[in-house]
Design a protein around this ligand. Structure first.
Ligand code: ZN
Length: 487
């Protein structure tokens, strides 16, 4: 239903009459239906996890239903990007005390969480119970040791101090041992990079308090070596312990989902406008799901809304429109990087790429971790960051400003310095004019609390409408946006 309140207060013009049918189809209800599926049914859409494939199948089914042309491998909508995936396997994995019959089988009492390849680690156990004071491990006391780490809520600084010592492994004592862990990585970086997503390469595991007490009880330990001024004593085992980690590692294809609406003009249809968002998020880690409703369920939803709107609008764009939902963005823009290196269209014929990554929240709190930049939610009901729109072509920015007369966003531009932080950057690096819509930060960024109940569906629908009009405007202009900015 057309609604008088469907735009922001800053709206000054109606949409063009010949685009009205598609425009009207982009609704808050449609966005809610799509995003609810992506955020609630797909287990966080982790690249390589089953939930991502479920989301990819959903997007592909919609592209197909709307009659869009498949642009992936072998006539499908999937451009498969090679990924390594690995799972820790309980069978054949254990924690043993050498020279004794003490052995803790992998299972509810002990598991490795970041092992990316099968390995056997043998070393002296270092029992660490961080004190309340800031702890420094700057004396090599943990190097090459298997660290048994006690304490709930160990401060990040303490953890990082431990990792900097380059221990052989770190076993954290916890109330609950998580289920077998899953890791994935891009193929080009090899497989031996456990936990590298956070920049940590030390194999990590979790052990129950009961098993830890059992383990420590079976070992002869040194007396605490209390360095004056240090809050943390470290005890060492006199004998060795051994971790046997069995990992099932293999390679799979994780898809970018890509579809084309061919342009209506014989000549201009040989040029392309990309519309993109990333379908992946942080997935399921242990038992915790990261729904990624805003990041980037919202952008993926908007890509679908625009694809649907253009497919039903009687007037079609003259240039061709390439719809892209990427994999692997959260792991380092992997899917879009693969696409620009294996393009399904000539990239020098792509005249613009319009990216949406987080387009459905009203920013509040510290922006990008900067405590001097605190946003207030009610001041951001109709704001959005328009990033990079003047970096390559100032004309692209003008086209978006013109389209925005029908929507009424207040643009904040790139206050947060995020130009390099989503998939558009791979297109910008190829000299393609880009624009990136981004709603700013909230405390839910990259947390399990990025949920669908917090979504501003008006902002989501209006982001889709803005790019719907923008793509038509670029498409129908005889000349594509000029590259008028010297880099
Ligand atoms: Zn994102």
């Amino acid at each position: 239903m057309a609604c008088a309140f469907a735009q922001f207060p800053g709206t000054t013009a109606p949409p063009p009459a010949d685009l009205k049918k598609g425009w009207d189809s982009i609704s808050m209800n449609q966005a809610r239906e799509i995003l609810t599926f992506l955020a609630n049914e797909c287990e966080g859409r982790g690249s390589g996890q089953p939930g991502f494939q479920k989301a990819a199948d959903y997007v592909a089914a919609h592209f197909k239903a709307w009659g869009l042309k498949p642009m992936g491998d072998n006539g499908t909508y999937f451009q498969n990007v090679p990924f390594n995936v690995s799972h820790f396997v309980d069978a054949g994995s254990s924690l043993d005390v050498l020279g004794s019959d003490k052995s803790i089988a992998a299972g509810p009492d002990f598991r490795m969480t970041t092992a990316a390849a099968s390995s056997t680690l043998t070393g002296v156990l270092a029992v660490v119970k961080p004190g309340t004071e800031g702890t420094q491990f700057d004396d090599g006391s943990l190097q090459g040791r298997i660290v048994l780490l006690y304490g709930d809520n160990i401060p990040t600084a303490t953890r990082m101090a431990i990792f900097r010592q380059n221990p052989m492994a770190v076993l954290t004592v916890a109330a609950k041992v998580p289920p077998a862990a899953y890791t994935s990585s891009r193929v080009s970086t090899g497989s031996a990079n456990a936990g590298s997503r956070r920049g940590i390469r030390v194999p990590m595991g979790v052990i129950s308090a009961k098993a830890a007490a059992d383990l420590v009880g079976s070992l002869e330990l040194t007396d605490a070596t209390l360095t004056p001024g240090k809050a943390t004593p470290v005890k060492y085992s006199r004998g060795y312990v051994r971790i046997k980690a069995t990992v099932d590692a293999h390679q799979i294809g994780v898809p970018n989902v890509v579809a084309l609406l061919p342009g209506s003009d014989a000549d201009l249809s040989k040029e392309y406008i990309g519309i993109g968002g990333h379908l992946d998020h942080l997935g399921k880690q242990g038992t915790v799901i990261y729904p990624g409703a805003d990041d980037d369920g919202s952008g993926s939803t908007a890509v679908l809304s625009i694809a649907h709107a253009m497919s039903i609008n009687p007037k079609k764009p003259k240039r061709s429109i390439l719809f892209m939902t990427f994999c692997g963005e959260e792991m380092g823009l992997i899917g879009s990087s693969y696409l620009v290196n294996h393009p399904m269209i000539p990239l020098d014929k792509m005249v613009s790429e319009l990216q949406m990554d987080m387009v459905a929240r009203d920013s509040y709190g510290a922006q990008n971790g900067d405590q001097r930049r605190i946003d207030v939610e009610k001041e951001n009901l109709d704001t959005i960051r328009l990033v990079g729109s003047k970096r390559i072509s100032t004309e692209l920015d003008k086209v978006i400003q013109e389209a925005n007369k029908c929507i009424g966003f207040k643009f904040k531009y790139d206050a947060e310095d995020v130009y390099t932080r989503s998939d558009h950057y791979n297109f910008a690096s190829r000299g393609i004019p880009i624009a990136f819509l981004f709603d700013g930060f909230t405390p839910d960024y990259h947390q399990p609390s990025d949920t669908v109940d917090k979504i501003d569906f008006l902002k989501l629908a209006n982001s889709a409408k803005l790019y719907y009009l923008t793509a038509y405007a670029i498409s129908d202009n005889p000349v594509p946006p000029v590259h008028d900015v010297k880099n």
